[in-house]
Design a protein around this ligand. Structure first.
Ligand code: SF4
Length: 342
């Protein structure tokens, strides 16, 4: 039985390790947080974890940072390797794979039941340790002092293995690799090479005068300027439209003349359909289905189809069948957003 450190000793160790390992090149990406905030989060997480689990005698730790490996198929071409934060034996035949998270977001049960990382570790652990006949996956969300658990059946693990092999095949066959921007871009070391950020990285160091003169910067600025004026004009046009309608109603005329054009008022009946999140929408759809009229009115929803194609819960064969009828076109759209201050 090893010596279980007291919380005081643990925090002392934490402080001394922090001071020894800290160096100023560590960058805090979040603007609203400081180094001290992170340090305090660590302290609190340790205190709570110690309080909840001391004296840590409910299981045996097989190892921490345990390297686990497996082959995803018999070809030997798809080895998988990972490190289990803590591998635990609860009793003969019953093991646990523990993972420690500092994330601010606490996942739902559905999220962890669909998590692939620990489930893949489970495939490796059950092969490497025959005693691990029953395995539970355990996440510790330290900021929340919350433990989340999930279990997988042998069939689910086999399904996952096949899904990952299919993903590998898709990646190996891919010939296009578009930049997939996300919140993680802030931490990415390849921004200067990435098509989504290279220009920004390129102009970052320019003095304001040089920046304003750079051709592509000017192009973006002009586009934004014209966009802003177009917005103002659209607002003005809408006011004029309303004023024209008001005048025609007031004068009981259905057209007014200008120096070069005439404007005619045409009133048409337009259907207002309840929006998607309105319960009346579902009732309307059900009424149409019950009357056998759904096929005459329903439309295929592009975003809905995209979601189906991306949803891993939909069987691959179904997604493949749907995919046969759909082609992907390139649509050039521009989405302006504010640049972060340097
Ligand atoms: S910056 Fe990095 S993470 Fe973001 S899209 Fe480019 S390569 Fe991907």
């Amino acid at each position: 039985m090893c010596d279980v450190p007291t919380i005081e000793r643990l925090l002392e160790k934490y402080e001394s390790l922090w001071d020894a390992e800290w160096c100023d090149v560590v960058r805090i990406v979040r603007e609203d947080e400081t180094v001290e905030d992170y340090r305090a989060v660590g302290e609190l997480a340790l205190q709570r974890f110690h309080e909840r689990h001391a004296p840590f005698d409910d299981s045996v730790t097989v190892g921490t940072e345990v390297r686990v490996e497996t082959d995803l198929d018999d070809t030997g071409e798809h080895p998988l390797m990972g490190y289990v934060d803590r591998l635990v034996k609860v009793e003969d035949g019953r093991w646990e794979i523990h993972d420690y998270k500092t994330s601010k977001r606490l996942p739902t049960q559905r999220d962890v039941d669909r998590d692939r990382q620990l489930a893949l570790y489970q495939i490796a652990v059950t092969e490497m340790y025959p005693d691990a006949r029953e395995v539970e996956l355990v996440w510790h969300y330290l900021r929340h002092d919350q433990e989340v658990r999930s279990q997988r059946t042998a069939e689910e693990l086999e399904g996952l293995r096949q899904e990952v092999l299919a993903d590998i095949a898709r990646i190996e066959e891919a010939t296009e690799f578009p930049a997939a921007t996300s919140a993680l871009c802030s931490w990415c070391d390849f921004r200067a090479l990435c098509p989504a950020w290279a220009h920004e990285a390129c102009v970052e160091e320019l003095e304001p005068e040089e920046l304003r003169g750079e051709p592509d910067v000017r192009l973006v600025d002009r586009y934004m300027d014209v966009g802003a004026r177009a917005k103002e004009l659209e607002a003005e046009k809408e006011l004029l439209r309303k004023e024209l309608i008001r005048r025609m109603e007031e004068t009981e005329r259905t057209a007014l003349a200008g120096t070069t054009h005439r404007i005619r008022l045409s009133e048409r009946r337009a259907l207002r359909i309840p929006p998607r999140d309105d319960p009346e929408r579902e009732e309307l759809e059900r009424a149409l289905m019950d009357a056998g009229l759904w096929g005459r009115t329903s439309v295929l929803d592009r975003r809905g189809l995209e979601r189906i194609l991306e949803d891993e819960a939909v069987p691959t064969s179904v997604r493949e069948t749907i995919g046969r009828y759909i082609s992907i076109e390139k649509n050039a759209c521009l989405y302006p957003s504010r640049r972060q201050e340097g």
